[in-house]
Design a protein around this ligand. Structure first.
Ligand code: RET
Length: 263
């Protein structure tokens, strides 16, 4: 009874928020053209993000208490991204231009949340120092500020790219050779270790798609229109993997670990 009530209390504002963001989209004049595949990808992914959000929040009920925060954070990542996708979709459909500001505000919120997930899945099974968290955060900021200065025209695109790559390299160092990786190898049960490992590869292969998008968007010297198409479709596909699939991996380990501790 109280449980149901609490769930309604959590889901009602989330739903209202999502609907109001949808409503603001409908107020705009242009409609999606049948051949605007970048616009269609914005649309499809915004809906997938809404569905994933509801899924992660509802699935909290199935897992044991120490895993609940991880699912909450997964749901927050997809919620924040869904709202940004509504706005990005409008900018794209209305003007045909790249929604750089919304994209980076979204990343500035969601990438740190994803970094928190690493910390959380390790803290669910052992004691970890907060230093891990702060180092991952510094890497994230250098990567994103670098990228933004380049994409928004404040800095030479090549120099900004190199700064962004350096931030990402630092994150990879921390999760493959630093303290986070040692904690995982020494204290984590096999299922958590394998989730940690998969998450690590997502941050390597999945995240590598973004600099590829930046490269095709700014560094090939092709026409602005072709570059904008490539940039946005590549960033959008990368988000499916790095936000939705990443959340599903956490969901899977949370469910399997919870079931083990029950039985
Ligand atoms: C949900 C959004 C995510 C996971 C976004 C991740 C973004 C990156 C990994 C961006 C990386 C970049 C570089 C490594 C080089 C410079 C340009 C960036 C910012 C696109």
């Amino acid at each position: 009874m109280t449980f149901k009530f609490m769930k309604a209390r959590v889901l009602a504002p989330v739903g209202a928020f999502a609907l109001s963001a949808l409503g603001s989209g409908q107020a705009m004049a242009s409609t999606l053209a049948a051949d605007d595949f970048v616009g269609i990808s914005f649309w499809l992914i915004s809906m997938a993000l809404v569905a994933s959000t509801v899924f992660f929040f509802l699935e909290r009920d199935r897992v044991s208490p120490k895993w609940k925060t991880s699912l909450t954070v997964s749901g927050l990542v997809t919620l924040v991204a869904a709202v940004h996708y509504f706005y990005m979709r409008d900018v794209w459909v209305e003007t045909g231009s790249t929604p750089t500001v919304y994209r980076y505000i979204d990343w500035l919120i969601t990438v740190p949340l994803l970094m928190i997930e690493f910390y959380l899945i390790l803290s669910a099974i052992t004691k970890v120092s907060v230093g891990i968290f702060w180092r991952l955060m510094v890497g994230t900021l250098v990567m994103l500020v670098g990228g933004y200065l380049g994409e928004a025209g404040y800095m030479d695109v090549t120099v900004a790219f190199i700064i962004g790559m350096a931030g990402w390299a630092y994150i990879l160092y921390e999760i493959f050779a630093g303290e986070a990786s040692k904690v995982s190898a020494q204290s984590a049960p096999p299922s958590v270790q394998s989730a940690f490992n998969t998450m690590r590869w997502i941050v390597t292969i999945g995240w590598a798609i973004y600099p590829v998008g930046y490269f095709f968007g700014y560094l090939t010297g092709s026409s602005p229109e072709t570059s904008a198409n490539a940039l946005n479709i590549i960033y959008n596909l990368a988000d499916v993997l790095n936000k939705i699939a990443f959340g599903l991996i956490i969901w899977q380990v949370a469910v399997s670990e919870s079931e083990k501790s029950k039985g």
